[in-house]
Design a protein around this ligand. Sequence first.
Ligand SMILES: O=P(O)(O)OC[C@@H](O)[C@@H](O)c1c[nH]c2ccccc12
Length: 264
Amino acid sequence: MSTLANAFQTNITNLIPYIVAGYPTREVTIEFIHLLASEGVAAIELGVPFSDPVADGPIIQLAAEKALEKGVSLADVFSIAQSVRDQGNDVPLVLFSYYNPLLSYGLKQVAEEAAKSGFTGFIVPDLPYEESDALRIELEKVGISLVPLVAPTSEERVAKITSTAKGFVYCVSSLGTTGVRSEFASNLDSFLQQVRATSTVPIAVGFGVSTSTQVQDLQKKADGVIVGSALVKRIMDLEQELSNEDKKQEALNSIRGFVKELLS
Ligand SMILES: O=P(O)(O)OC[C@@H](O)[C@@H](O)c1c[nH]c2ccccc12
């Protein structure tokens, strides 16, 4: 199985897409993962839908709401990953969740079930580094990396966070919530250089990325480029077609076209 540590060496591209698990359906999510893996992505962030996604912009919030309306749970996210592994796909999967659902499930149990179903990384955006030991210990017991997030404002903490990071470091390109942007933090270049200088693992940058120009520019400064909202928006625009057997393949081809365009 591909592990997170070597995802940036073995992959064909350095793109890391984010999708909301179970949106528009559990079955289509599995098809998305196979599609993205076939385009050579470095890893896939699989988002656990949550009712209070404070760091998310409107697109991801709406997708999460729609998934929750269909009752998508953490257990479903594990079963999606398990299906992908059972179908022979070893693309690195990163479980993306707010802390509350993990706490409710039980940190030890969540770590064990995530490992069993094939996750190699976790990202928990509302868990401050200083409070992450309990989860990190459980995850490291089962070989899963807790990927830390650093923002352009976390100056003095960067070295402490990046020097002990596992998997990769998630560099947030700008402050605020997720969502397509035309520009990033003014100090982004120096921030990425600072993280690169202190990190012992690859670094990835995300927040607001939606065009191939942005991907091309950012992939010179980071090992991975994360795209979420722009991809989730295209999925949302095709929600009806994706739920119609006669139109689903055409919709999937359109999403594949968007990924190819990002990488062009
Ligand atoms: O959606 P964007 O702007 O492309 O940003 C990536 C983002 O979707 C994904 O990494 C993510 C989804 N929810 C988050 C909450 C906090 C930080 C990051 C995220």
